[in-house]
Write a protein that binds this ligand. Structure first.
Ligand code: SAH
Length: 342
């Protein structure tokens, strides 16, 4: 891939403009236009000399193009972004009273193939570069004409399988775009050694682990990779993460009716999480067409919540937003393919 500007630090941009024959103060201008004003091309940067902009207009800044979007009644907007090589990724902008959250992808596709997840059904193509992650936030910010307040790595892909680029993106989102690390969430299904590798970076981010099951047997049924990573080891690594970073972990638990939402599962989950100062996010299943799980009734969800609360576990139920626009995670991409085929 040719050199792109997005993802570079102020220092690197200053070096770059100097190499291109400009005085060093232009580095700061370029930095502001890239990260704050959302320039898409050097031609946009009107403070630069016209001739220089024209001479360098072919320079790739690193922005994607919105290929398609869809807006739900609640204002949630799902985008398909076209990357330089023509591949398509999904990004979601989720507005709430004062916040604007962006759900970003870290990979094109996903190798994990969790049974209930649409992304895995299409296989894995490649890792995203840091600038392709940063671009997703700038795109949503530009479209909503509002600053993004929160970023969650809950789009396509498994962030811990693309750690160097994800870390680079997180640092830039924090330092260059200006979003507090605490407002950036990395979510993982959990991979051997990777949680501790992440801990070593000592980021002040929010860390979420997709647990989804209260015992090993059940977890293996839902998440193929659980075979190679026993729940016991995963939870031990999570404890070590807390020791190293002194930060709490959020556990995510998808609720699949009759599969993992029985009272005994809630009790077992509470047992497993003993000793963690944690928060559990329950995610009622979003139906995808490839499998026939059911979302539990409100009554079953309420029972599950109450049982966890009885065991002194902080819990919230996170309904996915914008469902009527295009169902669950990863679904927009498959639907668009269908439309294109018509
Ligand atoms: N690979 C990472 C991040 C991507 S998925 C991870 O597994 O955490 C983000 C969250 O959405 C995960 O908790 C995932 O299990 C959940 N998810 C995926 N498909 C879903 C569906 N159909 N319904 C509800 N949640 C889903």
């Amino acid at each position: 891939m040719t050199e792109v500007l997005l993802g570079k630090s102020l220092l690197e941009l200053t070096d770059w403009v100097q190499e291109k024959g400009q005085p060093s103060y232009r580095g700061k201008q370029l930095y502001q236009w890239l990260y704050q004003k959302g320039a898409r091309s050097l031609l946009d940067i009107t403070v630069f000399p016209k001739q220089w902009r024209e001479d360098n207009q072919e320079q790739d800044i690193g922005r994607s193009h919105v290929d398609y979007f869809n807006t739900a009644h609640d204002g949630t907007r799902k985008y398909l972004l076209k990357l330089k090589d023509g591949l398509i990724i999904e990004t979601v902008g989720i507005p709430s009273s004062k916040r604007l959250t962006v759900c970003v992808s870290s990979q094109v596709g996903c190798i994990m193939n969790c049974d209930f997840c649409a992304t895995g059904k299409e296989g894995f193509t490649r890792n995203l570069k840091a600038h392709e992650i940063i671009d997703q936030i700038l795109t949503v910010q530009e479209d909503f004409k509002q600053r993004v307040s929160n970023v969650v790595f809950m789009g396509m892909g498994e962030p811990l399988l693309n750690l160097p680029e994800v870390i680079k993106a997180v640092k830039s989102i924090n330092k260059d775009i200006g979003i507090g690390a605490r407002f950036i969430t990395i979510s993982t299904v959990g991979l051997p050694k990777k949680i501790l590798e992440l801990a070593q970076y000592q980021l002040q981010i929010t860390f979420a682990v997709s647990l989804h099951a209260s015992n090993q047997q059940l977890r293996e049924k839902l998440i193929p990779s659980a075979n190679h990573y026993p729940l016991k080891q995963l939870l031990a690594d999570c404890r070590e993460y807390v020791n190293i970073t002194r930060r709490r972990i959020t556990f995510e638990y998808i609720l699949l009716s009759g599969v993992n939402d029985l009272p005994e599962h809630a009790q077992e989950l509470a047992q497993q999480l003993k000793g963690f100062q944690t928060h559990v996010n329950l995610i009622p299943y979003n139906p995808i067409s490839e499998v026939d799980y059911q979302r539990p009734t409100p009554e079953r969800i309420k029972n599950f919540v109450e049982l966890l609360e009885k065991n002194k576990i902080a819990v919230s139920v996170r309904y996915s937003r914008g469902l009527e626009a295009d169902a669950a995670c990863g679904q927009l991409r498959s639907k668009k393919k269908l439309i294109d085929r018509l």
